[in-house]
Ligand binder design. Structure first.
Ligand SMILES: Nc1ncnc2c1ncn2[C@@H]1O[C@H](COP(=O)(O)OP(=O)(O)OP(=O)(O)O)[C@@H](O)[C@H]1O
Ligand SMILES: [Mg+2]
Length: 270
């Protein structure tokens, strides 16, 4: 063994920490760009329809104006809720997590982008048992998979996001399937390697091309004692499956039987 081994190990650890840090920016960057754009859109809608309502005094125009203003306000509220949800989750703790909520929050962040690229999202979010997870990290994984899916469908397409309880493996399976170009076998073996990318650089939305997305997904899922698998068919699409172990059910504590009535019938004053 050379003297350099501990040094190299340290460097690898340092790079891994930097990768994790850089990847955290995926979610944060998405959050900032979505909220800024969306709030601007919402404000424009509200201002323009308020003006329209003031200009046209007839009932039909005013009704339409109020409906548009309400719709814009509701969209803003959904974004705020999702931002607040993420802010609450900004801990590094592993705790029982609601996958369905995480999927919904991630989709709010990408809704605008998916509409722009004509990508239709189907959700099959079945009731699943809770998993122990770091919500931020799982959301990071979801965003990476969804952004990859979007980039694989330049001409538009379909994404299916599914959650299901796999009783055989006692895992919660999260599946992200796209109808994109697929991945040829020689590349499929390498997609989880750090820095493996077929993209020439960031696209017009500023995303993609470092080749770290899937490497960090795999690191995160392994830290959750889970598995990440891929299946792909050229010309048909790609499906990623994440398997997270189901939380072992805690035995409920035996009810405490009160020897005396819980609420005393007379209250004595000191
Ligand atoms: N859904 C998908 N459909 C087709 N190819 C995919 C898909 N997901 C990943 N790939 C392929 O795997 C490669 C590695 O993906 P990965 O997310 O790690 O890196 P990237 O998207 O190129 O860059 P970034 O680090 O910015 O995410 C991609 O460059 C692409 O060739
Ligand atoms: Mg990627």
């Amino acid at each position: 063994m050379s003297d350099q081994t501990p040094d190299l190990k340290q460097q690898v650890e340092l790079l891994k920490a930097q990768l994790a840090q850089a990847q955290k920016m995926t979610a944060l960057g998405e959050l900032v760009s979505t909220t800024t754009h969306e709030f601007n859109n919402v404000l424009m809608t509200i201002i323009n329809y308020a003006k329209l309502g003031l200009r046209h005094k007839d009932d039909a125009s005013r009704q339409k104006a109020f409906e548009k203003i309400l719709g814009a306000g509701e969209r803003a509220a959904r974004i705020t809720n999702s931002v607040l949800g993420m802010a609450r989750n900004r801990s590094d703790r592993f705790e029982p997590a609601d996958l369905r909520g995480l999927v919904e929050e991630s989709l709010v962040l990408l809704e605008r982008e998916f509409n722009k690229y004509r990508i239709h999202v189907d959700k099959q979010l079945n009731d699943v048992p809770e998993v122990i997870a770091n919500a931020n990290q799982i959301q990071q994984v979801l965003l990476n998979l969804l952004i990859n899916a979007r980039q694989a469908m330049q001409e538009g397409g379909h994404v299916l996001i599914k959650t299901e309880h796999n009783r055989e493996t006692n895992t919660v399976d999260l599946i992200v399937r796209d109808s994109g170009g697929g991945i040829p076998a020689d590349k499929l073996r390498r997609i989880f390697d750090p820095f493996f990318s077929t993209k020439s650089g960031p696209d017009e939305t500023g995303k993609g091309g470092t080749g770290l997305g899937l490497a960090s997904c795999r690191d995160i899922i392994e830290a959750h004692h889970g598995r990440i698998r891929v299946e792909s068919a050229v010309g048909k699409g790609t499906a990623f499956t994440i398997k997270l172990p189901v939380v072992a059910k805690r035995v409920a504590p035996a009810p405490i039987v009160a020897a005396k009535p819980a609420i005393p019938s007379t209250i004595s004053q000191p």
